[in-house]
Structure formats: C-alpha cells, structure tokens
Write a protein that binds this ligand. Structure first.
Ligand code: MN
Length: 761
C-alpha cells in the first residue's frame, strides 16, 4: 500500500521541510530534484531500445520506490543517495548490457538493507525473480560489514554461489562496486583502503573471469589510485606527457595496414588505445623495466564487420604480418578455441617502425561486444551457433561443485578457489582427446585429481606428450596427459605444494586428515595407558590442560604429536598430580593459545573511529607495534596498522604485497597509522639493482652509497652472469626521501639499468 503514495510523498515532502529553511536551500532543493530527474531520464534513454510494453511503468515504479525510500539519506559526498542506485542502474545497462529486470534490481539494490522496504513488497510489485536478485544483493552486502574473518570468507563463498545461481546478482554487485570506487574520494582513508583491497582481491578478478575486461581494468586502476598514490600519479603524468608522441607513432603504424585492408574491401575500424595504468605498473614491477622500456604501452585494435568471421580475422592477420614481422611466441588464437569466459579474438605482437613491439588485437564486432560486456553479451547471442554458453555453463557448474565441498578452513579454501576459478587457464587433453580446462600452473597431479580423486590419490607420475614426467610437472597449453598410478601410492603433505587447483588441495587435505586420525588414535591409546599408570583420570579437563600447555589447536593434534613422539610421555612427570587431576607446571609461563578472539580483543582496545596511531620507530609507549618483515616500512611510506593474532600490532605499507589480502579479509583489524617527525631512529631497507656488468661498477655503487650520500650500508650482494649483474643493497635510512634519493642517484650511474625498492618476499 505504501507504494501508491510514493510519488506524492517524494515530490512534496522535501519541499515542505525546506520551507522553513533559507531561500538558498530551497533553490538547492529544487535544483537537486531537477538533477535527479535528469539522471532518471538519461537512464530511460539508455534503456530505450530494450523497453517492451509495460516495462517503462515498472522502471518508473522502481525509481519512485527507491527515491522515496532513500529520500532522507545522503552519500558521504553530500549528494542525495538516490544518485547512487541511478548510477548503478546506468552502468548495468550501458557498460554491462543487461536489461530491464536488472535495471529494476539495481535501482532497488540498497533499499531492503538500508530502508523500510521489504522483499515481500518487491516480490508483490515486480515478481519473484526481482525479489530473488535483490535478496542476493542484500545478503552479500550484509556480510561485507562483518567483523569476523571466517564470515568474510563465507561471504566470498556466498558471492560465488549467487554467481552460479543467477549471474545477474554478481553483475549488479560489480556495477555497484564500480560506482563506489569511482566516487570514493570523500571516504575515510581506512575505508578506502579496505574497499580498494577487496576490489583487487575479488571483484577485479571476477570481472575478468566474467569477461568484463573494460570494467576489470578500471577497477584495477581505481584501486591503484588509493593504494599506490605516488605510482599512480607518476604513470598518469607520464602517459599524458607522451600522448602526442604515441599518437604520431600509432598513426604511422596504422597507415599502410589501413590502406591494404581497404584495398581488400574489408569493413573495419582500426585504432590504438593505451594499456591500463595497472597493467603498465605490473610490467614495470615484474619485468624490472622502466616506464620508457614497457614496449607495448598501447595495443592496436581492429574491429571487423563481417559474417565470415574466422576467415576474415586470419586474413587481417596475414595482411599485418606482410608489413610487420610478428613474434611467434606471442600469437594467441582465441578464435579457434575461445577462453572459457567466452573471450574470442586473435592477438599478435609485431615489430613496428623503429623496432618497437606493438600488440595487435583482431576481433569482429560480435567478438568485441563479448569482450566488453562479457556474460551479458552471451545471453544475447544465445541462439547463435557458437556453442559458447555451454562452456560458460560448464564453468558455472564447476564453481557450484567446488563450493559444495565443505572445508573446515573457509579462508584457505577461498584462497585456493580464487586461484582456481579467477586465474588464467590452460587447455589440456586426455589420451582420448577430451579437453580439460585447468588454471595456469596446474601440474600432472592436478590433472589426475581433476579426472578422478582415486586417480589422483594413487598417481606416481605421468606421460606428457609421451614423455615420462614427475607428478609435480607443470602442464602447458595443449599438453596431452596420461596418468600413471600405483596401488601402493598415497598422498603426503608435500603434495599440497605440488597442486594449484582447489579440488586437488581439498582432496589431499582430506586424505591427510584421515591418515592423521588413524595415527592420532594410537597416540590417544598411549596417553590413556600412561595416565592410567600415574593414576590420573582421562577426562576432558585433563586433555584441555595438556592441549593448553603444549599450545595445540585441538585434541587431535595433541594425540598425533604423542603418536609421532614430538611429545614424549615421560614429560608428564613435570606435571603436578592433585588427586586424580593433572596440573601444568607453574615454572614456565603459560601463554594464551593463539586465537582469532585475542586479535579482535586487541583491536577493540584501540579507540576505533578516526583513531590514528602515531608511529615513532620500533615501538612507542602507548601501543606496542613492530614493522612487518614482508614490506619493511620506513618513515614517509603510506602505512596502516594491522592487529595480528599473537604478535600484536604490525605496520605494513599500503602497497605491501600482502596488503590486499589483509585488508580485504581482515578489514576490521586495520588501524590507521602515520609517522611522527623523528630524525633519530634509522630503519633497515633495501634496493634491487641491475645493469651491465662493468669493471668498477661495484666501486661506483659503494661510492654513491657510502661516499656521496653517507649512508650506513649493512650489506651488499651482487651476482653477475652473461655480462649483466643483479644485486641487493641493504641500507639504514631515516626517511623515505633518503631511499628515493638513493634510487635516483644509483639509476643515473652509467651501466645501471633499474633500481627498485625491495619487497622482502
Ligand atoms: Mn550500493
């Protein structure tokens, strides 16, 4: 009933409230209403060609309900809240290509969680499929705010589950995340970090796996904007500085190809576009090159309008390679075998004018739409003969199977699963020629487990392309694999390091646990006999006393330790026996067992909202903390505090290799931190350096470090091979500025190619 008055409520109520305020605010209110209506109309225009009879009324209804429900709410930026659902709905149509149902759900996506609107009302008004989608969206956002890690992992599992149920839930969620990331400026810094990290951890890989390449790049760039502020600005600046030069180069490159394509009567568009900032940064980091040396700063894209898709794509390829030499290793044919997310295209890298490598992507218009809008575009082409959906359906089925597999440690499982279903993939074959898709990095053992658990359990090796290889052998695209088994073989804990798929990992863990249980049963027997001998009752209290004293996570672990003699039972003589009870010796300090609750307690002790920890160096008197060994922060670095379980507070750099995992999964344990001005304390840090091995290079380097900059050097190690050298220098500094100085000075030395700050892992 409440809905019938929604329109009137919304358009009159704010006005009456505003009447008592100043004239200026009335104007602002009028102005806002106009802007809201303008956004709504623009959404309708975007949706226009998809509207069937009656749809327009439903969309309007959804808009009115949302506008009314959120009427008193404002975003952090101060604008009326309704702008958010409107923007999400627009992304859903324009950038993901979904239709009316999804738009309605996008408009309503925050109503059930934040306002009086109920799922029941949505179901009555818009039907059950809308209600289901909104329910899915509500469930996801509810758990995101949770304080508990296991629940957070559970949330990620839920996100993936809803994906398998109705992919629209996750597509709208991605649109929601994209809009939040685009408008995050007025948020608190720690929230920005958490959201940005969650995005790199889960949403960007998901977007890629669903084929939303444009959105994936934007999400990654936006995350970088908040986690790697300096680098982001530097690369943005360099890209804009070199824009004219690049445009000139692209035009020169394109010209002969364009003419030749025209002579062949092909209908096409050709253009160059810069790679994303994130992908450029990734290259700089992993390939240890400078910005100037990232050879493929841009890709050329050719979009064909043709019904003769496969043939014309290859025709274009052959025309390009008539002009430019192509690199054989870098040809990717996703036209003959599309990726399992449906991506189709031909990628090649050719040597352009001036000896620069240029990546060329060849696609048809249909393939391009799939590349941009991913999953949604598939539905549009569902009646086509391409057979792509079946592959996508297979993938969704695969996710469902994995998720139904219960695992005691949800966090581990999500990590494995993430690698498994969100990473890149290879195509391999059984001896009969059946294709299996596995994540990149999969081994013979993964393949065995993928075929069947029993095959995996007894696997002793494999023949890959008729050659005998060990179980740890990493598979490559197009390998054909025959598994060799033995009845005597059984899994060991080493196996966990030899597999990457979630399925193999969880099966191996299961077997190991089974085995541990069998061994632990012996340990339990031994313990019972011993207790009997010293007249102590075998009770839960006794076991707890022992478990706590030896700090094992469970009784099973205790029994196991006894069975394999990592605890000797004669040690029990250290214990006091009181009556028939056992009491742990007092001489040794009893430590609390490591527990999640302990960390949360510590986190609670910190005044939470807006609290900022001031760092002085190794420790301060108020709160004790240590600097994380994985990224070794120094003053001047952008940092955050992280409450660990058992080791107190640790300070990490926001661009620490572990930061995104920590922030995304344990956001509630994050504490804002900044450096105090302090000159007395020095910090150990290091750089990686490489270049051309030359007589005297070491001399030159030490001259800069100890001579010119007068830095306190702790160690230096240099390896050289084939005329190149690579080394690590560890120095003490007081501030990041000194480290930056060192990098610049070293880089300017003749023969030095690249100097990069060291991440310890
Ligand atoms: Mn939202």
């Amino acid at each position: 009933m409440i809905f019938f008055t929604a329109v009137t409520l919304y358009f009159y109520l704010p006005l009456t409230i505003l009447m008592v305020e100043t004239d200026k605010q009335i104007l602002a209110g009028e102005e806002e209403k106009k802007l809201i209506l303008r956004e709504y109309r623009s959404l309708l225009r975007a949706l226009k060609h998809r509207l069937k009879k009656g749809d327009k009324r439903l969309v309007r209804r959804a808009f009115e309900i949302a506008a009314d429900a959120h009427k008193d709410m404002r975003r952090k930026s101060g604008e009326p809240y309704i702008f958010h659902p409107l923007a999400v709905a627009k992304i859903v149509v324009e950038e993901i290509g979904l239709g009316v149902t999804s738009v309605i759900c996008a408009l309503l996506h925050d109503t059930v969680e934040d306002t009086e609107v109920t799922l029941n009302e949505i179901e009555m008004e818009f039907g059950s499929s809308c209600a289901k989608i909104v329910e899915g969206l509500t469930k996801i956002s509810n758990v995101v705010e949770t304080q508990n890690t296991t629940q957070q992992a559970e949330n990620f599992r839920k996100i993936l589950l809803t994906l398998a149920d109705d992919p629209r839930v996750i597509l709208i969620k991605i649109a929601d995340r994209l809009h939040n990331m685009r408008t995050m400026d007025s948020m608190r810094r720690d929230k920005q970090l958490k959201i940005a990290s969650e995005t790199t951890f889960l949403y960007a890989p998901l977007a890629m796996r669903l084929g939303l390449y444009e959105i994936k790049s934007e999400l990654e760039d936006l995350s970088m904007k908040y986690t790697e502020i300096d680098v982001f600005e530097e690369i943005t600046q360099k890209l804009s500085d070199t824009k004219r030069e690049r445009t000139r180069y692209i035009n020169e490159f394109i010209k002969p190809i364009k003419e030749e394509l025209e002579r062949n009567n092909l209908d096409f568009d050709i253009y160059g576009r810069p790679k994303s900032i994130h992908s450029i940064w990734h290259k700089i980091k992993t390939k240890h090159v400078t910005f100037e040396e990232v050879y493929d700063l841009f890709a050329i894209r050719i979009i064909l309008r043709t019904s003769n898709e496969k043939e014309d794509c290859w025709k274009v390829f052959s025309i390009i390679t008539n002009y430019y030499q192509h690199s054989v290793e870098r040809l990717r044919d996703w036209v003959s075998t599309p990726k399992s997310n449906g991506y189709e295209a031909l990628h090649t890298t050719v040597m352009g004018p001036g000896g620069r490598w240029v990546e060329v992507q060849i696609r048809t218009e249909r393939m391009n739409e799939i590349a941009e809008k991913g999953l949604a575009a598939h539905w549009k082409y569902k009646d086509g003969s391409s057979g792509q959906e079946s592959k996508l359906d297979d993938w969704l089925k695969h996710i469902k199977e994995l998720l139904q597999n219960p695992d005691s440690n949800a966090m581990d499982f999500i990590q494995d699963l993430k690698k498994d279903i969100l990473g890149d993939e290879i195509y391999v074959y059984t001896p009969h020629g059946d294709m299996r898709i596995l994540p990149t990095g999969s081994t013979s053992l993964d393949f065995a487990f993928d075929i069947h658990s029993e095959l995996g359990k007894h696997c002793i090796g494999a023949k890959v392309n008729y050659k005998l290889v060990p179980i740890s052998h990493e598979l490559k695209n197009a390998d054909q694999i025959e598994i060799i088994t033995s009845k005597k073989q059984k899994p060991t804990s080493d196996w966990l390091n030899m597999v990457v798929t979630a399925k193999a990992k969880s099966r191996i863990k299961y077997y190991l646990k089974e085995e541990k249980r069998v061994i632990a049963a012996d340990g339990k027997e031994m313990l019972i006999r011993k207790l009997d001998a010293i007249k102590v009752a075998y009770t839960i209290d006794t076991i707890n006393e022992l478990v706590n004293y030896y700090k094992y996570p469970s009784a099973l672990d205790l029994f196991y330790a006894i069975a394999i003699h990592s605890i000797e039972l004669k040690e029990l003589s250290k214990f006091n026996i009181i009556g028939n009870r056992l009491e742990a010796p007092h001489d040794l300090e009893k430590k609390l067992p490591v527990k999640e609750e302990y960390a949360i307690d510590l986190a609670k002790q910190m005044p939470s909202k807006g609290y900022e920890l001031v760092l002085f160096g190794e420790s301060s008197d108020k709160v004790k903390y240590t600097l994380a060994p994985c990224c070794q922060p120094i003053p001047g670095d952008d940092v955050f505090g992280f409450v660990t379980s058992g080791e107190g507070l640790k300070i990490h750099r926001t661009n620490c290799p572990n930061a995104s995992t920590l922030l995304a999964n344990y956001g509630h344990r994050v504490i804002k931190a900044k450096w105090a001005k302090n000159k007395e304390i020095s910090f150990l840090t290091g750089v990686k350096i490489n270049g051309i091995d030359d007589v005297g290079i070491i001399n030159k380097i030490t001259n800069v470090v100890s001579g010119e900059l007068k830095m306190n050097m702790r160690s230096m190690s240099i390896d050289s091979a084939d005329g190149l050298f690579e080394g690590t220098i560890m120095v003490f500094v007081n501030h990041k500025v000194e480290l930056d100085d060192l990098c610049t000075r070293l880089e300017s030395l003749e023969g030095v190619n690249k100097v990069l700050r060291l991440d310890m892992e």
